[in-house]
Design a protein around this ligand. Sequence first.
Ligand SMILES: NC(=O)c1ccc[n+]([C@@H]2O[C@H](COP(=O)([O-])OP(=O)(O)OC[C@H]3O[C@@H](n4cnc5c(N)ncnc54)[C@H](O)[C@@H]3O)[C@@H](O)[C@H]2O)c1
Length: 309
Amino acid sequence: MVNKITVVGAGNVGATAAQRLAEKELARLVVLVDIQEGIPQGKGLDQWESAPIEGFDTRVIGTNTYDETANSEIVVITAGIARKPGMSRDDLLNTNAGIVKQVSENVRDTSPDSIIIVVSNPLDVMSYVAKQVTGFPRERVLGMAGVLDTARYRSFIAEALDVSVRDIQAMVLGGHGDTMVPLISYTSVSGIPVTQLMSPEKLQAIVDRTRNGGAEIVKYLKTGSAYYAPSSAAVQMCEAIVHDQKRILPCAAWLEGEYGMSGLFLGVPCKLGRAGLEQIIEVELTPAEHESLSKSAEAVREPMSAVRL
Ligand SMILES: NC(=O)c1ccc[n+]([C@@H]2O[C@H](COP(=O)([O-])OP(=O)(O)OC[C@H]3O[C@@H](n4cnc5c(N)ncnc54)[C@H](O)[C@@H]3O)[C@@H](O)[C@H]2O)c1
């Protein structure tokens, strides 16, 4: 366990992530920060009061300032406004950029050695904002998207084949949006290529559903967006870092020539350990997959150039 993990934004994703971090005892202290007075304090106290029942010793506290977050090893940024029905992730762009900028300045000043995991949308661009504002090296700024998108894809495949989710290995790369790239060629069921178990039509329907996974939940919830699976995904990244697991997880990482691209955050296979991003793994892609990844990169670059810092 590490000493302190801060979660900025005590809304649906942030509060659920804090609870999961505490229940897994990934830090001695989890600090929830939000601009709304009373909300992080109330949620933090409520979670801490569940500790005797759930049996965890991680303290959870809430605050409206950054004093108590000082020297966090990991900071998860979920602050922002969530998507409303009919709203694209990019509609959120400049509102959330302003919020993530302000949060990142505080994180830079109070936890200069932290590893940042960005969750706020539009994900790839907000990760860029956090990196630019903090000046942290790429090893210490990661975006959460691929773990969630891959979990959705894996859950749909497990459901369709009526097999355990544990046996589905897969990877979804690219930007966190409609252009994401589920890699069919790297999807297997206990090592069996998924194409041997499912028709191309059925697989394509699952790929399409994965691309619209976020919107599917928004349509049901109407007043908010997904948070159970997103918080699980962010916490899995924290777990890989805290326990130095060297897990290979698809994360948004700052590219410096990998996959023939530079100067943007894009979902790629990453090795996560105690140092944060320890390696970007370049896998062979089919020409079609490569083209999809390039298109996805274009969809990230456009809002990136529109963001005001
Ligand atoms: N990357 C992903 O895959 C993924 C998945 C789900 C949600 N998201 C994004 O995560 C973000 C949070 O989603 P949510 O459902 O928790 O939203 P939410 O509205 O429930 O919570 C957001 C919280 O951020 C707080 N906040 C706003 N400005 C702040 C600031 N300057 N400092 C601290 N806190 C501030 C709000 O008060 C609110 O409590 C959204 O941008 C959403 O789109 C991303």
